[in-house]
Ligand binder design. Structure first.
Ligand code: SF4
Ligand code: SF4
Length: 188
C-alpha cells in the first residue's frame, strides 16, 4: 500500500499536466464551460479559470484547488464548449492524477470513490453500510461518522438502508469486469 504523503505539486507538474494541457490548447477562454457548470458556484476556481491555470502550467494552484473534485461529470461543459474540448475527461484526468500522487486535498474524495467502487465490485451494487464503514475506517477520523449520523438515522427510519450484513456472494460477476478494466489500464 502506498504511504500517505503530502505531494508537492510542483514536483509533478510537467509529467502530469502536459498531456492534459495538450488537449486544451485550443481553449479561447470564452467561459461557456463556467456558465454551463451547475457546481461552479461551489468551486474555488471556475472551470474556465482552472483551464487557464492548466494551460499556464500553474500546477500548485491546480492541485490545491477543489474544482476538479467537485466536478460531477455531467458533461454539460463538454457538450457546450465551442472548441469541442474534452473537458469532462480532463477533469477525470486531474482526479486520477491527484489520487495517484496522493495529493492531500483530494485524499478524502479518493477514499470515498474507492470505498464506493469496492462495494459495487463485491456486491454488484453499493451496500451503503459497508461502503460508509470502509470510508470511515480509511479516514481514521471519529468526527466524520458523527457528521453522518443524522443522515444515517433518517435513512434507517425510512428503510433505505439496513444494519444487517449483505448476504450476496463475496465475488460478484462484476468483479470480472473490474479485473478486465485493471488489465486494460496496465496495458496502456
Ligand atoms: S468553453 Fe471551451 S473554449 Fe470556452 S473557456 Fe471553456 S474550455 Fe475554453
Ligand atoms: S462536467 Fe464537471 S465541470 Fe463540466 S459542467 Fe459538469 S460538473 Fe461542471
Amino acid at each position: 500500500m502506498k504511504t500517505a504523503r503530502r505531494a508537492k505539486p510542483h514536483e509533478i507538474s510537467d509529467a502530469i499536466l502536459a498531456p492534459i494541457r495538450e488537449e486544451l490548447l485550443a481553449c479561447i477562454q470564452c467561459g461557456t464551460c463556467t456558465g454551463s457548470c451547475r457546481n461552479a458556484n461551489l468551486m474555488d476556481f471556475t472551470p474556465r479559470r482552472l483551464w487557464r491555470l492548466v494551460l499556464t502550467g500553474n500546477t500548485e494552484e491546480v492541485f490545491h484547488s477543489r474544482t476538479f473534485a467537485l466536478c460531477s461529470a455531467c458533461y454539460y461543459c463538454t457538450l457546450r464548449c465551442p472548441r469541442g474540448l474534452p473537458l469532462t475527461e480532463a477533469m477525470h484526468a486531474l482526479k486520477r492524477a491527484a489520487a495517484h500522487e496522493n495529493i492531500a486535498e483530494y485524499r478524502p474524495s479518493a477514499r470515498f470513490y474507492g470505498s464506493f467502487l469496492d462495494s459495487v465490485r463485491r456486491h454488484g451494487r453499493v451496500n451503503e453500510m459497508e461502503f460508509m464503514r470502509r470510508y470511515f475506517i480509511l479516514m481514521k477520523n471519529p468526527a466524520i461518522p458523527l457528521k453522518f449520523t443524522p443522515l444515517g438515522l433518517r435513512l434507517l427510519r425510512k428503510g433505505k438502508i439496513s444494519i444487517f450484513p449483505d448476504k450476496s456472494k463475496p465475488e460478484h460477476p462484476l468483479d470480472r469486469m473490474f479485473r478486465r478494466v485493471e488489465e486494460l489500464e496496465k496495458a496502456k
